[in-house]
Write a protein that binds this ligand. Sequence first.
Ligand SMILES: [Zn+2]
Length: 295
Amino acid sequence: MIVDVHAHTPTHRDAVPAEDACVFTSWRTDRPVVTTNSWADFDRAMSAADVTIVFNIAVPDPAAATGIPHDPDRTNDATAEFVANDPARRIGFMSVDPTSPDCIGEAERCREMGLVGVKLGPNYQDFDPLGEPALAFYAYCERNALPILFHQGASPIRAAPLRYTYPLVTDEVAIRFPELRIVMAHMGHPWGKETVATIRKHPHVYADVSSIYLRPWVCYESLLAAVEWGCTNKLLLGSDFPIANTAEAMAGLRGVNKMLEGTALPRVPAELIEQIIHADALGALGLTVGRPVDR
Ligand SMILES: [Zn+2]
């Protein structure tokens, strides 16, 4: 089974009106990235995955903060509706603001809607990942077996401290919450080695490889670090749709050694790349597909 653990909820249920389209030409060198998309666009793009984990990010102005627009009042409802439409192929994560007084109330509401994990981006959401409100929320997630996928690594947001998404901060989260399932997005790019040092020591901390193949050297050195430290079994497939789709993510991983031709540099073994592509992400995170909504 191929599980794509990192995709952003489609922005529109139906076809996107031309005037709504958001297109970024600087995010990739090989094609523009369209961050507006319909449910049908999503299914077409993600057809190489058997199951996809989808989420929005709870920010007041998603288009400005992340480039992926959605109605901020429907951050979680939009995801829940999308998942309910095809629960055998989609798993939904909520996103909440840990500093909001209603954080736990919203999380409870999301669980009732069938959302079974959490996406947080401390940089996008402007909260300290080791602050008291965040720690209290992680405790709630640990108690209720809600995995958290953290944005990790670089972002262009000038006002957001890079420390908020630095992999070694996640090590401190994992030390305090040893039963919490965590996914470190993008292998913490460009801090792949720090991410590897973190995932190898914590049994329940994983990393996804989403988007990293778009920067070939970072991808190579991050994967090679995981090989050398014996923790490729902690890496999960992700595309970061709409930045890339699942087929592109798989092809990008399989092509990681291409640039080494004519060199004696060590290769990332093909069988370990296949291990990542076919990783049992659902088992790792304690998730199942088609889970009925608790009422
Ligand atoms: Zn993402």
